[in-house]
Ligand binder design. Structure first.
Ligand code: SF4
Length: 230
């Protein structure tokens, strides 16, 4: 019986490429029990391309909050047309109308934490319950809250293992990969949106500004609550 801990496995991956981390993941878990979380940002589309070149068994899923930019929906459609991967779109239990009746209109303004919980965290929890591990596109240099994110960890919050293959990459490395591999990306990135979430909670940022400063710009909030290890 192996006595290697997850922390030791994570340390061993500290020099691995993103592709090596994905290959490690499919060696460690049944590929059909691994999910790639995709919000169609630059990191996620790069991961979709990388995964597709390694296996077609990993399931890609996205959370459709009902508040996405149309450009994000178009990116999703184009990606699912190009790649031989299964893309699952996860919806919250209550429609926007039903949420407005129950919690009031524009919950994203009155209580963005509750809105993210209803539309992202709970649907994510329900989706991840089907899997043994998930892959995300978070990077350490995206935000101070992500500075210590591991390559591989046990995700206590959602009860499964988690891989972050791009965790040591810079934004430039992500874009070098996208350009070198002609990966489809969200056109909003070319219009001042380095980090793209829901339309009501995402603003364009000026060149040189913190890339995530356009997310929930009027609030203290900086994360959706999806990455408990960050
Ligand atoms: S990002 Fe905004 S609109 Fe989207 S779920 Fe969170 S609070 Fe609601």
């Amino acid at each position: 019986m192996s006595t290697v801990t997850v922390e030791e496995e994570d340390q061993k991956l500290e020099d691995a490429t993103p592709q090596e981390i994905i290959e490690f993941a499919i060696g460690r878990f049944e590929p059909s029990k691994i999910a790639l979380a995709c919000s169609f940002g630059a990191e996620d589309v790069a991961l979709v391309d990388m995964v597709s070149k390694i296996t077609d068994e990993i399931q890609v899923f996205s959370l459709d909050t009902g508040f996405l930019f149309w450009e994000t929906e178009e990116t999703q459609r184009r990606l699912s047309d190009r790649y031989n991967l299964s893309f699952e779109v996860v919806h919250p239990e209550l429609s926007i109308m039903a949420q407005a009746e129950k919690h009031g209109r524009q919950l994203y303004l009155s209580d963005p934490g509750a809105c993210c919980n209803l539309n992202k965290v709970v649907p994510l929890e329900q989706t991840l319950a089907k899997y043994d591990a998930w892959i995300t596109g978070i990077r350490r240099d995206q935000a101070p809250t992500r500075a210590n994110s591991p390559n591989f960890t046990w995700d206590e919050r959602f009860g499964l293992y988690k891989f972050n293959p791009l965790v040591r990459w810079t934004e430039d490395e992500v874009w070098d990969y996208i350009q070198a591999n002609d990966v489809i990306y969200n056109p909003l990135h070319d219009r001042g949106y380095p980090s793209i979430g829901c339309a009501p909670c995402t603003k364009a940022v000026a060149p040189g500004e913190d890339p995530r400063s356009g997310r929930w710009a009027a609030f203290e909030k900086t994360e959706c609550g999806l990455h408990a290890d960050s």
